[in-house]
Design a protein around this ligand. Sequence first.
Ligand code: ZN
Length: 332
Amino acid sequence: MSAYLPVESIREGAFHAASRLHGLDLAEVHDVPVCHPDVRVFAVRRGKESIGLLWLDLYARDGKVSGGWMDEYRAAESFRGRVLPLVSINMNVARPAAGATALLSWWDALTFFHELGHALHMLCSKARTPSLGSFTVAPDVLELPSILNERWLTTLEVLERFARHHRTGEPMPKRLVERIEEARVFDPSDGATASLGYLATAFVDLAVHLAADGGEVDPVAVEERALADLGLPPAAEPLHRVTHLRHAFAGIYEDRYAAGYYCYLQADVLAADAAEAFLSSPGGLYDAATAERYRRTILAVGHGVPAAEAFRSFRGRDPDPEALTRRFGRKS
Ligand SMILES: [Zn+2]
């Protein structure tokens, strides 16, 4: 699989999808400061209009935080004239041997699209002040653009053009493409919010916060009780144990995730429903009118519009939880 996922090609595919959907052009620039020679910078434009800057820090190195994430160095604002957003995508791709091509796992390729989805949310913000910017929305809404953006990796437009063998240039075989989809439908819990491990962690997170009454809480005891109450099968492990659930107390984005680990499930609902808006349009996932509406009603508004209202503006109704069931249960 990885042989068909050269990092540079997948990056181009992700930028290509952003260009087709949102009219964004991302061109590398070399006159912007970087913290390490590995880091590259891309100027983001729509036509002649500058939209912002994107730093790309893809490779693992000593001392770097693990995992993949998006960062917003400076939020967009228009209160005192237009201030452009400055964002970064950070990953820990293994550095290839000299002269070799860096290859991604399927999971890493999805992560790249995920983080670019976050970056697009920040870049497309039309918020008047940073306090109303994209980064300040509730965590479930924050994960909507990122989870949704993963969809474009699996479009034939991206796979056929960009997922090509790093030596032969051959496109990913059709059978392999089919198997990616079959695997997702066969086991939607793989890394997803349908998994018992994720749900157990979400329940424990809520139980710990509900146990707090101003006195001391023994989180490990609460966890034990919550897991026993759930009757979690021994084969299912919570995704995070309470002692290392950073979301619960350690302050990811201040305390906005407190008791909010369940938000990824709601984010999955929002993303599945939003994807159906595209899929039911004439142009499918590349439908220009739907992309424009999505940009205007969701990406651009930041926290300036209540999230429920923003979603209704996009979809014409409240989110439909059945959209996630359909996503798990059938090909789309
Ligand atoms: Zn995310």
